[in-house]
Write a protein that binds this ligand. Structure first.
Ligand code: SAM
Length: 375
């Protein structure tokens, strides 16, 4: 547990990794009714509208900006592409332990002559690994059109166009007998954000398991669990809340604060975990219903302090042997930890227990501390 700075800290001046945009799913994908009609849903709709506009702009000829050489890859077309394709793709593709654990798991599971479905192509990395280890037929689907186009190009550049078909569709739009010649023997996917579910792995696998996988087929990853701890850190709180600036009350700005979790690197800030991390959720992707739910977890408080929010992370079980995690001590992986600010900081006392309500939706995990444990 790291020492937290006492009292309210000065405004953070870091411009570190906390500014990284969340690994959110495609903007048109919406959370469940929990946020229906909330400002967040309205914002999501606006994002979907902007994404559709960008898609349209991509079909128009590129524009050369004044003073720019015609060959410069910085025109409006390229800007639109950059808006559609998050920067984390680069860090993800350079995450060597992620790549090699997926490669080992796929090598172990793929069978010669089998059909593999890769959900969320990205660069088609997982599809190419499956082809490398003997899959006869690989179907790789990708929602974002420019990414799907890049994946098809990369597959061709690597001489694998005969084995891999890239489809520019969301997995839940695929049809057996249409884009898929048959159900898959193996599904591989890495649609996982810092908070596990933000890219929609539960609904995507729920659908794929029911409609696209052969009975008894394999899914990589096979499951996951989520660990969480209450955190005392006024610094993390100030990443999402404001009071005064230069003596002015600017607290009205808090209407823009995120109610959802967002990515942070815990080690970049002073903080204290008020408990040993506890398991709050676990998923067996082959068997569990993967439906939204709610549970209450008892969290024994080990240190007195102020709980500003809940930090959490995942363990992703690719198979029985291989585990990927974004736990705070993993400094080499590309995933940050997830952090959800509480609506109000909560004083807690060592030796008491906080009951934490853990609601999980298709694209969101949301924590609410219940009454006990307060001073
Ligand atoms: C985190 S990237 C992983 C890319 C690649 N599989 C890898 O491991 O390097 C996930 C990609 O999946 C796409 N995606 C997310 N959910 C999808 C779904 N249900 N169907 C198709 N594509 C999806 C996203 O647009 C993104 O490009």
């Amino acid at each position: 547990m790291n020492p937290a700075g006492g009292g309210a800290p000065a405004a953070p001046t870091k411009t570190g990794p906390h500014r990284h945009p969340p690994r959110g799913g495609a903007p048109e994908r919406r959370s469940t009714g929990f946020y229906r009609d909330s400002p967040l849903v309205l914002a999501q709709r606006e994002l979907a509208r902007v994404a559709a506009l960008i898609e349209r702009l991509l079909d128009e000829p590129d524009v050369t900006l004044p003073g720019e050489p015609a060959s410069a890859p910085t025109g409006a077309h390229h800007e639109a592409l950059r808006e559609l394709v998050p920067r984390w793709h680069f860090a993800m593709l350079n995450d060597l332990s992620r790549n090699s654990l997926f490669e080992e798991a796929i090598k172990h599971a793929v069978r010669r002559g089998g059909h593999v479905l890769d959900i969320g192509s990205g660069s088609a990395l997982l599809a190419m690994i499956a082809a490398r280890y003997g899959a006869d037929l690989v179907t790789s689907c990708e929602i974002v059109r420019p990414i799907a186009q890049a994946a098809a190009r990369i597959v061709a550049d690597n001489g694998l166009a005969d084995a891999i078909t890239v489809v520019n569709k969301s997995s839940d739009q695929l049809v057996v007998g249409g884009e898929l010649p048959e159900r898959a023997d193996l599904i591989v996917t890495e649609i996982v954000d810092c908070g596990l579910v933000g890219e929609g792995i539960p609904p995507s696998l729920r659908h794929a398991r029911a409609h696209l996988l052969k009975p008894g087929g394999t899914i990589i990853p096979k499951g996951a669990r989520v660990l969480a701890a209450p955190v005392d850190s006024a610094y993390l709180w100030q990443l999402n809340r404001v009071g005064y600036a230069c003596g002015f009350d600017v607290s009205h700005f808090n209407e823009f604060a995120s109610r959802r979790y967002f990515p942070i690197l815990l080690h970049a800030w002073p903080y204290r975990l008020l408990t040993t991390p506890v398991e709050v959720l676990s998923f067996d992707f082959a068997k569990d219903p993967l439906a939204p739910g709610n549970k209450v977890v008892e969290v024994p408080i080990e240190e007195s302090g102020t709980c500003h929010g809940i930090a959490f992370w995942f363990e992703l079980f690719l198979d029985d042997k291989r585990v990927l995690t974004n736990e705070p001590n993993n400094r080499t992986g590309h995933w940050d930890q997830a952090f959800q600010c509480l609506p109000k900081p909560l004083a807690v006392r060592a030796g008491t227990t906080v009951q934490l309500s853990v609601a999980h939706f298709d694209y969101l995990i949301y924590f609410t501390p219940l009454a006990r444990g307060q001073q």
